[in-house]
Design a protein around this ligand. Structure first.
Ligand SMILES: [Zn+2]
Length: 474
């Protein structure tokens, strides 16, 4: 009797559970929106215009260094494209930043082993004195090794840090090796060095040195800093094993400018029901100056622009606002992302979900999230629709969402990221070799297909909090 009664109650509770479950599923997303997302996805896979946009940006504007006239032309390019594609009007939100431009740059080994070196100044570096610097090279395998040197021990020398970045599918070693680029000059200067050379933070074996941002530290001498192409760094490494001093002559004339203008380009596809709730997609418009910024990040611009265009062109009106942001001045310190945080601090909580495409033009293989358990049913729907594209759900609950979104993620915004295959990303990024020919149009289409699923479901879902964390700090 007791058992029977218990079975009855257990059954009833289970039944109610199923009913509630079904209700929750219905509340998350309507069946017609799942069907629309599927149709958008399938249309994208059979071909999009994404490649056209990166072809145009890299051809008509080319390199677009943050704060340069070329970056301004890139903003105009985006505004004009929005007009041409009949998108809602694009607006520019400008901000200023300290400027930097590259000058002449050359280096050679002098003396017994005399030969030229392929180098490029790191972004933000000061120039050498007018006559250049000639000094003995102090060789270090790693930044850690350099850090362990006593103060003053490198007086009058050029420090060289050789450690080679390792290739990974997701670029996970970048943060570690990148340290030599961002902090290396300050560390070397604190030991008395007159300049810093690093092996390029890149994984190719060509004579294309990789540039990228570096920072000085207040109170520490500002010394010139440059990257050496990988084969040239190999050469230095071999010479250092010969046991004789290596002398290097370095000449660079980059210039710093007090204040230059950049800006974020924003296009809003206004929501019909919740116009003040935002689903954000985007990429950064600026690039380094050596290549034409095709994979970093013209590809991302093309993917996110095409996502917005296809939703708009299909005649669908989203429930909440889909916001495309083409970020300015990412490469020189996420300046556009920080400006956005300042401008939208009051309405940050109205940002429902956001993602950025900034890891080249490769196919997406993984989706990562940082969302609350309540968002899981919706994540499952997204996952179901992107699995046929060859995209797996990442384990754990982590997502960076993209560099420009990181200031907002730090404030607790839920993160969402489509992880691209970046096996060749660090062969190309920040080099003269970052050009259009590296991009396969159908790979961009696969990215657009995934972006469409995410963007449409996020804009239509009833879920308006994917798991904001309580903001920490100020
Ligand atoms: Zn980038």
């Amino acid at each position: 009797m007791l058992n029977q009664r218990r079975r009855f109650w257990t059954g009833l509770v289970l039944l109610m559970g199923f009913a509630l479950d079904g209700l929750a599923q219905e509340l998350v997303i309507a069946e017609r929106d799942l069907q629309r997302a599927e149709a958008l996805r399938d249309a994208a896979i059979s071909g999009t215009r994404a490649y056209d946009w990166v072809e145009r940006l890299t051809t008509e504007v080319g390199p677009r260094l943050a704060g340069s006239d070329a970056e301004r032309r890139a903003r105009e390019w985006a505004i004009n494209l929005a007009v041409e594609l009949n998108l809602p009007p694009a607006r520019i939100e400008t901000f200023t930043l300290p400027g930097w431009r590259r000058g002449e740059e050359r280096a050679q080994i002098v003396g017994d082993f005399a030969q030229p070196l392929a180098i490029t100044a790191l972004g933000g570096s000061v120039a050498t004195p007018g006559e250049g610097i000639e000094a003995e090279l102090a060789y270090f395998d790693t930044l850690r090794q350099l850090e362990r040197m006593p103060e003053g021990s490198l007086a009058g020398k050029i420090a060289f840090v050789s450690h080679a970045m390792q290739k990974t599918q997701d670029g996970s070693s970048y943060g570690y090796f990148n340290d030599a680029r961002t902090r290396g000059a300050a560390v070397a200067a604190s030991k008395g060095a007159v300049a810093l050379l690093i092996r390029s933070i890149g994984t190719d074996s060509h004579r294309f040195p990789h540039t990228g941002n570096m920072r000085y530290v207040e109170g520490v001498a500002e010394i010139p800093a440059a990257a050496v192409a990988n084969p040239d760094a190999d050469q230095i490494q071999r010479l250092s094993q010969r046991g004789k001093p290596i002398r290097v002559a370095l000449y660079m004339t980059p210039e710093r400018v007090d204040s230059v203008e950049s800006g974020n380009v924003i296009i809003d596809l206004i929501g019909s029901e919740f116009p003040e709730e935002y689903v954000v997609i985007g990429a950064h418009l600026d690039s380094w100056d050596l290549g034409t910024g095709a994979i970093d990040d013209g590809a991302g611009v093309a993917i996110s622009m095409e996502t917005l265009r296809l939703i708009h062109a299909s005649g669908l009106r989203p429930r909440r606002t889909i916001r495309l942001i083409l970020w300015g001045a990412e490469e020189v310190g996420l300046v556009g992302g920080k400006a956005y945080l300042r401008n939208y601090a009051d309405v940050l909580r109205q940002h429902i979900a956001a993602t950025e495409s900034d890891f080249g033009a490769g196919r997406i293989w993984k989706m990562t999230t940082r969302v609350a358990p309540e968002a899981e049913p919706l994540m499952a729907h997204i996952n179901n629709l992107i699995e046929p594209l060859g995209i797996a759900r990442g384990e754990g609950d982590v997502a960076s969402a993209g560099p420009d979104l990181s200031p907002m993620i730090a404030k607790g915004m839920p993160g969402f990221r489509f992880v691209q295959d970046g096996s060749d990303y660090f062969d190309l990024h920040h080099t003269a070799d970052d050009t259009l020919d590296k991009i396969t149009p159908s790979d961009l289409d696969q990215n657009v297909a995934a972006f469409l699923v995410f963007t449409w479901l996020a804009s239509q879902s009833d879920l308006d909090d994917w798991g904001w964390l309580d903001a920490t700090g100020d």
